[in-house]
Design a protein around this ligand. Structure first.
Ligand code: ADP
Length: 486
């Protein structure tokens, strides 16, 4: 029988405890999928105030003693909380002076905390001290994004003597976020100053924690195959391209899956009516309810088009705002938007809504239930991202028969095929400019209006695609085994 692997995931977010983006969905689902394959996967995240509040509802317990974690000559007392989430043990690194605050990364989405280098250095060290604390030695430590970027470096440099055979995997969920700090923060890492050089931790005159993860991990992954290629180029590398291509020998892309229990129109209790590919009437009910609840006119039946997104430049929202007016005026589409982030983008969306009462609805903030209702009740989902490491919302949309219109980049290119190619599941466009986006939107709305039978076939094909974690977990297990010795 194949050996049971022990895997410790180190990450800064996890559903259902704390979420700002897709990373949280991945950490909420991958360990469970590994467990379903009979592996012992566990997770460690920071004990943010909000995360501990949620954890209390999941039976949070506290370890009998604390750990002392040093960073830059200061000792931090760290408590270890634990929740058993459907058989996966989740540990919380609690530290009053670092995590007992309102925010996750900063006081607002636009601002970071000044002491983030310290916060995540202490978190990374505590994560590596955890096996000693628990008496549980993992085969693999799987670190995610810059917040855990020090973990592979500390492991390789022997920070934890009880882990000589433990190997590391580092996943880059978004190369644009790098954890870049001034050089004096080197002392927080506990690593030798000699490593502060361009081949290791220094990047253009700063300490770079994403680079630490890439350089020192035994294997590096990104969240789609195409993104693994893209981030080796200047256009998509955000200055990290040379580092990534220099370590391409150990890099691979593994496309994210979706939590098929949470995102399933046949069982989803957050939507007004359940449906599947054989019985699509429920989707129609979801659409009618969504229009009613959002005050969109319901007399005619234009294509209902959705956006659920962080409102940041990366997501191509500007492009969308530049293009949609004529299609709305022509009565060809209605638009419903759920998002939060950049205030300038929110302002432009407010104005769009004001220009088209009854045709555009925008809700600002984070709302899980509304996200489900929008994805279920819409006909089409827009994702004109400038870059997109993987993207999850297009995968949810496929499952809900809401055809995605996406830019051909990163994970979007890996997961959506254009109906023009014959057996497609959505619409794709190449260059991120108004012309290409507009002509693709025109083509998609044309199919919806004039070829309902073809549209319905595409909906059924989209709903049949299996993007569940089950298969994705196989790819990770193969990767773990390739670097595990005993
Ligand atoms: P990213 O990680 O870049 O934000 P992804 O598509 O990978 O993009 O993941 C985004 C996740 O966040 C999805 O689960 C999506 O449903 C959710 N999401 C984004 N914005 C909102 C919002 N305003 N309300 C509810 N869920 C949201």
């Amino acid at each position: 029988m194949a050996q049971t692997l022990r895997i410790l995931h180190v990450a800064s977010e996890m559903v259902p405890f704390v979420k700002t983006g897709g990373l949280a969905d991945v950490i909420g689902a991958l360990p469970l999928a590994l467990k379903a394959h009979k592996h012992d996967a566990r997770v460690v995240i920071p004990g943010y105030r909000a995360a501990l509040q949620v954890a209390k509802h999941h039976g949070l317990t506290w370890g009998g003693h604390t750990m002392t974690i040093e960073a830059g000559g200061v000792d931090h007392t760290v408590g270890v909380g634990m929740v058993d989430l459907h058989g996966v043990k989740v540990y919380f690194i609690a530290c009053n002076e670092l995590f007992e605050r309102d925010g996750i990364y900063g006081p607002s989405q636009a601002n970071d905390y000044d002491d983030n280098a310290r916060r995540f250095a202490v978190f990374s060290k505590a994560a590596l001290a955890l096996p000693g604390y628990l008496g549980w030695v993992p085969h693999i430590v799987h670190a995610h994004d810059w917040q855990a970027g020090l973990v592979p470096a500390l492991l390789e440099r022997g920070f934890n003597k009880v882990l000589p055979a433990t190997r590391s995997v580092f996943t880059v969920h978004n190369v644009a976020y790098q954890g870049s700090f001034w050089h004096f923060d080197m002392k927080l890492t506990g690593l030798d100053w000699a490593l502060y050089n361009p081949l290791h931790l220094e990047h253009y005159g700063k300490l770079n924690l994403l680079k630490a993860g890439i350089v020192f991990a035994d294997r590096v992954t990104t969240v789609s195959k195409r993104y693994a290629q893209e981030i080796q180029s200047r256009e998509f590398g955000f200055g990290m391209e040379a580092v990534v291509s220099g370590h391409a020998y150990k890099l691979s892309g593994i496309t994210n899956g979706i939590d098929a229990d949470v995102w399933d129109p046949a069982t989803d209790t957050l939507i007004p009516s359940r449906y599947d590919a054989k019985k699509l009437a429920g989707k129609h009910t979801c659409k009618e309810r969504l229009r009613k609840d959002t005050g969109l006119f319901a007399e005619e039946s234009p294509c209902l088009v959705a956006v659920v997104s962080r409102l940041v430049e990366q997501k191509g929202i500007d492009l969308l705002l530049d293009v949609v007016d004529p299609y709305i005026l022509a009565g060809r589409m209605q638009l419903v938007v759920l998002g939060s982030g950049d205030l300038a983008l929110e302002h432009r969306l407010h104005l769009l809504q004001a220009r088209h009462p009854g045709w555009v609805y925008a809700w600002f903030g984070y709302n899980e239930e509304l996200a489900h209702r929008i994805i279920a009740g819409s006909d089409m989902f827009l994702m004109p991202s400038i870059t997109e490491p993987c993207g999850l919302t297009q995968l949810y949309s496929l499952r809900y028969g809401t055809l995605p219109l996406v830019r051909y980049t990163g994970g979007l290119a890996d997961t959506v095929t254009d109906v023009a190619a014959g057996e497609g599941t959505g619409f794709t466009f190449g260059p991120a400019d108004r012309g290409h986006f507009s002509s693709t939107l025109d083509r998609a709305l044309g199919l919806y209006q004039h070829f309902p039978a073809e549209w319905k076939q595409a909906v059924k094909r989209a709903m049949a695609v299996d993007n569940s974690w089950k298969h994705v977990a196989d790819e990770y297990i193969e990767l773990y085994r390739s670097i595990t010795f005993d």
